[in-house]
Design a protein. Structure first.
Ligand code: MG
Length: 381
């Protein structure tokens, strides 16, 4: 029986994880649930899964929560730190944003394995996460579908003669739009992702392809691969999640139904190959797969992310923070879709390259970029 902690249990990944566990109570026991502020759903989850530990990061919201007898309730940032110190077999890290970095580093000390869904922690602090995992001998298994696929492909085929790895991209909600229309796309258009149901920021980041840029960074850290070995291919059906190519021109691909419960199951059961979810019959109706190169002219933000990744230092910290602020402005309809690109481009030309070696430095540059972006966007709207 594996004891599981879930960080971000009311989000899309958290709910999918609980669905996998709901179907196999003999192998998994949820011992902790952590949410930002959705206590309505948290209450239902507590009744169903009866965890020993509960954490609500938004203190004011959590204070009113009746968790029931014998259950430990943690509140606020301090509470999140204590929750991250709970011993378990698996932590599912599905809190979004850079605020996951601290609890991630702490939980790595206290569990056998982390199933990692959060991207920003690797984007801004990949070197810290890797060092911590090595120090405490904790396995990190990716949940992100493309990274999970690559993890499996590289485990199966090894790296001898490896030439390239390919991440597939759905292309997001605006894939078939003309460039001039993309610039003016509305919130509704952008949130209407053709395949995946995800959180709002990541859905916008899929439409700008920023999300794919972040996955290139994840790939770099997870597999110690230089950026020149990583490529992106548009594949709108989202059935193929990654491919690897060897020097003899032979490709291997990882293929599964676009259902996040599949990579989540893979991580939870790892290294066993099992599943608690229903089988999906691909071949019950005709289907086809399409592939096309990325149009960087239409999606200029991706180029900025990849350039920031290659520069290293504080570059990705700054770009990530700016993108998050700008996406929030867009979702509130204060700026146009193209405004996101303008903001990131502005910050990318403004910041000065500096090395980052610590959490403090990461958070310094994160705050710096947020402030500068706010200043810029307030003038723009
Ligand atoms: Mg993904």
């Amino acid at each position: 029986m594996k004891k599981v902690l879930i960080f971000g249990s009311t989000g899309v990944i958290g709910r999918s994880t609980l669905d996998v566990i709901r179907r196999d109570r003999n192998n998994f026991k949820v011992i902790g649930l952590c949410v930002y502020k959705n206590i309505k759903l948290l209450k239902e989850q507590i009744d169903e899964f009866e965890p020993e530990y509960v954490c609500v990061v938004e203190r004011n919201v959590g204070e009113s929560l009746q968790t029931g007898k014998g259950r430990k309730l943690f509140l606020g940032e301090e509470g999140l730190r204590e929750f991250s110190s709970v011993k378990a077999d698996i932590s599912v890290m599905a809190i979004s944003g850079v605020s996951s970095l601290n609890p991630l580093l702490t939980t790595i000390e206290n569990v056998e394995m982390v199933a990692l869904a959060n991207k920003e922690s690797l984007v801004v602090g990949g070197f810290l996460v890797k060092e911590q995992a090595r120090k405490f001998n904790t396995k990190i298994i990716p949940i992100d579908s493309e990274i999970s696929a690559l993890f499996q492909l590289l485990n199966l085929k090894g790296r001898d003669g490896l030439e390239k790895v390919y991440l597939t991209a759905s292309g997001g909600s605006l894939l078939h739009w003309e460039k001039k229309d993309i610039e003016r796309a509305g919130v509704k258009d952008v949130l209407n992702h053709p395949v995946w149901k995800m959180g709002k920021r990541i859905t916008v980041d899929s439409a700008t392809l920023v999300n794919k840029g972040f996955e290139v960074v994840e790939t770099h850290y997870f597999f110690d691969l230089d950026y020149r070995f990583i490529d992106i291919i548009i594949h709108k059906e989202c059935l193929m999640h990654a491919m690897i190519k060897f020097k003899d021109n032979i490709f291997f691909a990882c293929f599964y139904n676009p259902d996040m419960r599949i990579p989540i199951s893979f991580a939870l059961y790892y290294p066993e190959r099992r599943s608690s979810i229903e089988d999906f019959n691909f071949f019950s109706k005709p289907a086809s797969l399409s592939f096309s190169p990325v149009d960087y002219e239409k999606f200029p933000l991706l180029k900025v992310i990849l350039e920031a990744a290659k520069r290293g230092g504080n570059s990705l910290v700054v770009v990530n923070a700016c993108d998050e602020v700008a996406v929030d402005y867009f979702l509130k309809e204060k700026i146009s879709f193209y405004g996101i690109f303008k903001a990131v481009d502005y910050i990318f030309n403004l910041y000065e390259y500096k090395e980052v070696n610590s959490l403090e430095e990461i958070f310094f540059w994160d705050r710096w970029a947020r402030e500068k972006t706010e200043e810029y966007l307030r003038k723009l709207c």
